[in-house]
Design a protein around this ligand. Structure first.
Ligand code: EPZ
Length: 427
C-alpha cells in the first residue's frame, strides 16, 4: 500500500526568513463567525491547510458559499438556511463544533454532531454547553447529535468557566454577541486567537470588551445589527514557534516574519533559557544559537503560559540539550505520544503521568516514525533534520491539517527534506 511520507535527512542548519501563515486556530472560528453576518464576509491571511478546507465544507453544508483565492476567502452566508453540522464533517475535524455558537445566535437552534475525542485527549465540550446554557440554550442528545434550542430566546448571562477553555470561550462569545442583555465570561481563555475573534465580531457590529483577558464583557445587539465585514487573520504563533524551534535546534539565524512577538513571550523565555539568542521586533522574531542547548523545565498552561501546541517541539530540543529537563503537560491528558516516536530515534524520555523526564543525548538517529498529531508530526520532521541518517515520517496528513507548505518552507531554509510516495509495506 502506498502512502505519502516526508523524508528528512541530516541537515547542517536552518538559515533565513520564513513568512508565517495566518493562524489556523483563529481562521477556523472567524469562518464560523461569518454565519452571524448575513452577506459576504472577506477574510485575508487565511492559511492554505486541510482543516480550513473542512471548515469550508461545514459552512457550505449550511447553505453558504465559500470562495478561496490564495490566502483570501469570501464567505457568503446570506444563503445559510440550515443549522445542522453533519457527523461526517464534525468527525473529520473537531473544530466544526465552533459552528454551534453562531448557529444558535443566528437561528436560536442548532443540530451539531458531538465531536469525538482524538489521540491527545477526550476533548470534552461540557464547558461549551454549560456556558451556552447560561444564555438560555437547552440541549438534548439525539443519536450522537447535540440538539440545541432556545425556548425563551437567547439572553445575557454571567458565566464562570471551570477551566479557561479556548473553544468554550469562543462558542459562548459567538452566541452572547446577539443575546438580549449583557454577558460576562470569567476565567475566559486569553489566547491571542480569542482577541482576534472578538475584533472581527466587533467589526461586524458586536460589542465585546476585554477579549484577551480572563474577563470578557459582551453587550448583546440584535442579530439584524450584525453585518458582514472584511478582516485579516493574525499570524499563527504555533507555526512560528515550530520554525523557531527548528532554528534553535540547528543554530540559525532563523527569522519568522508576520507574527507579533508578544504572542510568544513564554516560548522566547524558554529559548533564551536553553542558551539561544532571540531578537524580537513588532512582527518578527529571530533565533540563533552558538553554544550547546541547555536543559530547561516546562509547564504547559493556558495562555500566556507555555503553549501545549509547542510541547513536542520543545521536547525535541530538550532531548538534545545538556542535562535533564522535566516537561509537564497540564492542558491535555494524553499528549506525550511524541515521546515514544522520538525514543525510536534514540531520545531518552521517561513518562510519569503528566510529567516527562527528558535526559539530553548527544545525537539522534534517523528512523521510520509516525505522526500522532499535527504538532508531533511537525516536530518529528525537525528531529529528522537533526538526526544522523534518514527519517521517514508517516501519517503526514496530520501535518497538512495545520502547516501550510511545511516542506517547501523548510527547503527554503536549507532543510534536506522532501515529500515522496512510498510503499509503506516496506517499512
Ligand atoms: C484549542 O483547542 C486549539 N484548537 C488546540 O490546538 C489547543 O491545543 C487548545 O485550544 C489549547 O490551547 C483549536 O483552536 C481548533 P480547550 P480546544 O477547550 O478549544 C478540556 C492544535 O494543535 N475541556 O482550551 O479544544 C479539553 O479536553 C490544537 O492546533 C473540557 O474538559 O482546547 C482539554 O483538556 C490541538 N471541557 C482542555 O480543556 C470543555 O468543554 C483545553 O481545551 C472544553 C475543554
Amino acid at each position: 500500500m502506498s502512502e505519502e511520507v516526508i523524508i528528512a535527512r541530516e541537515t547542517p542548519n536552518l538559515v533565513g526568513t520564513v513568512q508565517v501563515s495566518g493562524a489556523k486556530n483563529s481562521a477556523l472560528k472567524l469562518m464560523a463567525a461569518a454565519i452571524l453576518g448575513q452577506g459576504e464576509t472577506t477574510l485575508h491571511n487565511v492559511p492554505v491547510i486541510s482543516d480550513i478546507a473542512i471548515m469550508g465544507e461545514v459552512i457550505e453544508a449550511l447553505g453558504a458559499t465559500v470562495c478561496r483565492e490564495g490566502h483570501d476567502m469570501v464567505i457568503d452566508t446570506s444563503t445559510v438556511d440550515k443549522y445542522e453540522a453533519p457527523y461526517e464533517l464534525v468527525s473529520k475535524m473537531r473544530a466544526s463544533i465552533s459552528s454551534l455558537g453562531p448557529l444558535v445566535g443566528r437561528f436560536g437552534k442548532a443540530h451539531v454532531a458531538m465531536p469525538g475525542g482524538c489521540k491527545i485527549g477526550a476533548r470534552k465540550i461540557d464547558m461549551h454547553l454549560v456556558g451556552l446554557e447560561q444564555l438560555g440554550v437547552s440541549f438534548e442528545m439525539d443519536h450522537g447529535y447535540l440538539v440545541a434550542t432556545t425556548p425563551e430566546g437567547l439572553h445575557g448571562g454571567s458565566i464562570m468557566l471551570e477551566f479557561p477553555s479556548v473553544g468554550a470561550t469562543e462558542n459562548t462569545m459567538m452566541a452572547a454577541v446577539v443575546a438580549e442583555g449583557t454577558t460576562t465570561i470569567d476565567n475566559a481563555a486569553c489566547e491571542p486567537e480569542i482577541e482576534d475573534l472578538a475584533n472581527m465580531l466587533n467589526a461586524m457590529g458586536a460589542k465585546v470588551r476585554g477579549a484577551g483577558t480572563s474577563s470578557i464583557e459582551i453587550e448583546g445587539v440584535p442579530l439584524a445589527v450584525m453585518h458582514p465585514c472584511e478582516y485579516t487573520t493574525v499570524g499563527d504563533r504555533i507555526e512560528a514557534g515550530t520554525y523557531l524551534a527548528g532554528g534553535a535546534l540547528l543554530g540559525g539565524p532563523l527569522t519568522v516574519e508576520g507574527i507579533k512577538s508578544d504572542y510568544l513571550r513564554m516560548a522566547i523565555l524558554k529559548l533564551r533559557a536553553m542558551g539561544c539568542d532571540v531578537q524580537t521586533g513588532e512582527d518578527f522574531i529571530t533565533v540563533q544559537r552558538g553554544k550547546p542547548l541547555q536543559a530547561v523545565d516546562i509547564q504547559t498552561l493556558p495562555h500566556p503560559g507555555f503553549p501545549t501546541d509547542l510541547q513536542a517541539q520543545f521536547m525535541l530540543l530538550a532531548s538534545l540539550a545538556e542535562g535533564n529537563s522535566v516537561i509537564t503537560e497540564n492542558v491535555f491528558e494524553n499528549r506525550f505520544m511524541f515521546a515514544a516516536e522520538i525514543a525510536r530515534m534514540g531520545a531518552d524520555v521517561t513518562i510519569d503521568d503528566h510529567h516527562a523526564l527528558v535526559r539530553g543525548t548527544e545525537k539522534l538517529q534517523g528512523a521510520p516514525v509516525v505522526s500522532t498529531d499535527l504538532r508531533a508530526g511537525a516536530a518529528l520532521v525537525l528531529a529528522g533534520l537533526a538526526a544522523e541518517g534518514e527519517t521517514i515520517v508517516r501519517k503526514i496528513d496530520h501535518i497538512d491539517r495545520g502547516y501550510e507548505d511545511y516542506v517547501g518552507k523548510l527547503v527554503k531554509l536549507g532543510a534536506r527534506v522532501e515529500r515522496v510516495t512510498l510503499d509503506v509495506e516496506d517499512m
